[in-house]
Design a protein around this ligand. Sequence first.
Ligand code: HEM
Length: 412
Amino acid sequence: MMQHVSHDWGIAALSGAGESLRWIERAKTWVVDTLPGLNVDVQAGQLAPHEMAALIQPWVSEANGLVRGRKLHPWLARRRLQPLGFPISALEKHFRENGQPAGTGLACLSGAEDLLFWLGKMAQHPPRDSHYTNYLWNSLEQPLTYTGSQQEIFFIDMVQQTHELHGQSYQALLEVCEGDLDIDSPAAIEAIRLATKNTLVVRDLYRSFFMKGATGERNMALDFFVQFRTFKPPFPVKGTTWTGANAGNVAYQMGLDCLMGTIVDEHMNFINGRLRLLTNEDRCMVVDAQELPSLLDCILERLALSRSDLEAWSDEAVGRYVAQHGPNFQRVIDAYDALVKAAGEMSAIHWSLVKNYVIRAGERLDASGKTTLAVPHKAGLTGTSHGQLQQIMEMRRNHPIISKLFSKAKTT
Ligand code: HEM
């Protein structure tokens, strides 16, 4: 079993943290025990959104009393944000689905906007729930959820495992891209193979969404996700709109694409658009990865070949040229080929999740006449069109330069 993210936040020893930690534990227990039921009641029309707001208000007021005007250790601010982000985002959803504009839920909670703004600043993190608070920093032993559903917990688990695997691959490839390992050294080939193995495990995690357990239920039912994502609508905090928790913001996927070189200009724009949604440390990691030479760059440098040469040369010419570098270098190309193929397969299964759990499930909802979703199914949580997502998948599966390198290698 994969070792999950450590939940030792490293702040227990901070002076004055005791009261804060007690509040955090109480607030988390409230989210676990109470929030899913409130969401069910509001959706069933048995509780009005403003009544739900009244039940959330004491947590906001108490947190404000503890935090107002105080400088906080980033991890303390992050831990405080976590149990606040879930109910505030859920409240936003309910107001949106009752026809109110974005920000209505937040405005109903006295002091909440200032609180989120301050905590976000102290936390070096978006001022609301995120893929960190909901997935990476969530605990599978006592998971905070909007729905209480095993399917939401399964999703949290999948994101945590993906983050771990991509993180391990990223660290392995970093040694090559930073120049600590020569691209044709046995250790570099091992690093590429490790990343390949991990990427195939992520592919299988994506596949496992469709699988059915002993009860005959899928790990995630086809219509669950399109409802689940409505708990994370965008809303403004002090005039800036923030999107909510989104597995698409897992930073190691961005870093890995950069280190592998499976990037096109549009994807760099996609990554740059997400930097503001990352913690400071993840942002630095991704920016570093953008600046480092990728595996593709390392291979081309060793071949003394430019990208424009690769584009311009015929298949046969590239094949002959690579072959001149001997069987040892061919092993590097083969390892790289396997890694890029694994990323393509992983991305293809993810695309199939999008088609089945967002596009088709959304169309079924449309047909049933339920069209007032707080997050419509026509685009991603951060507004990424489904067409763009398909392009990202194609970028990994059939990269304009990289795939050329392999097809030539095979013809030699
Ligand atoms: C039912 C399961 C899933 C569905 C339907 C789904 C759907 C989507 C959608 C609609 C987007 C675009 C979001 C945006 O606008 O930002 C997206 C992006 C993304 N998702 Fe998922 N997702 C699923 C599971 C996961 C899981 C478990 C992970 C693991 C971390 C993940 C990782 C990503 C990544 C990295 C992106 C960014 C695009 C890319 O790099 O390929 N997804 N997903």
